[in-house]
Design a protein around this ligand. Structure first.
Ligand SMILES: *Cc1c(COP(=O)(O)O)cnc(C)c1O
Length: 248
């Protein structure tokens, strides 16, 4: 929760004892909770001031909001970044990255031992490398962003016209169907009682061949593999499903 005063108080009170602050810069593991850039910048300034490492968990946001993730999107440079999911191009890969100074603490150069049975597995590395190569093609993110914006705008327009209390916040290729008109920044602002609407929409969508993640706390992703006609079909079915939910 973005509370600059509480953050500063905690860093002051525990000065010298806090190793790091770790956050999802775009929290997307429990709804899509868009944060204001000012807080991330404040976090960067304060962690630097108190000698605390700033870690961005970009497992979800990484490669979905741009090649440089949320750090690049917001222009805030953390000390350590973590990645997963997309970076493996469908194969199981996780990665972390940091400045040379920090990475030289890791074995074999430094004293921090880190190893895994499948670390640097050649098949997974090849899949990840191929994916990242695709992502770097000119216009890739512009196209992905435009598709997501058009898709969510169509759904939003439909709900607005019908007066349904649904919004579709989105960033990069990430979107979230949420059954409220309020802008949600914190997980405690999510009204659990509204999840029944999600459950109904989910079922109606399944019946029409559109598969959402099976929880209203999960976000959705648009992929470069989605064609305009896939998205057109999906949006049409989602609109029909919403109508079935609100006007059965
Ligand atoms: C999936 C996820 C993780 C865990 O990644 P693993 O590769 O399964 O360890 C960490 N953080 C976020 C935000 C995630 O969505």
């Amino acid at each position: 929760m973005a509370d600059p005063e509480a953050l500063e108080m905690a860093l002051k009170k525990h000065a010298g004892e806090v190793a790091c602050v770790i956050i999802e810069p775009i929290p997307a593991n429990n709804g899509l909770l868009l944060q204001n850039t000012g807080f991330l910048q404040f976090l960067r300034e304060k962690t630097r001031e108190y000698g605390v490492l700033l870690i961005f968990d970009e497992v979800i946001s990484g490669f979905r909001v741009g090649f440089e993730g949320a750090a690049g999107l917001y222009g805030v440079e953390p000390d350590i970044l973590t990645f997963g999911k997309i970076i493996g191009g469908g194969m199981p890969v996780g990665a972390y990255a940091a400045s040379r100074e920090i990475m030289e603490n890791v074995a074999p150069v430094g004293p921090v031992y880190q190893a895994g049975t499948l670390s640097a597995n050649p098949v997974a590395m090849a899949a990840g490398f191929a994916t990242l190569t695709e992502l770097l093609k000119p216009g890739f993110y512009e196209s992905l962003e435009a598709k997501t914006a058009a898709f969510t705008a169509r759904l939003q327009d439909f709900c607005d016209q019908k007066g349904y209390e649904v919004t579709f916040p989105h960033v990069g290729s990430i979107f979230w169907p949420t059954f409220t008109r309020k802008v949600i920044h914190r997980s405690d602002e999510i009204d659990g009682s509204r999840m029944d609407y999600f459950k109904k929409m989910h079922l109606e969508c399944l019946r029409r061949g559109v598969y959402f993640g099976p929880s209203g706390y999960e976000v959705g992703f648009i992929s470069s593999a989605h064609t305009d006609s896939d998205l057109d079909f999906a949006a049409g079915m989602i609109c029909e499903s919403l109508q079935q939910v609100f006007e059965p």
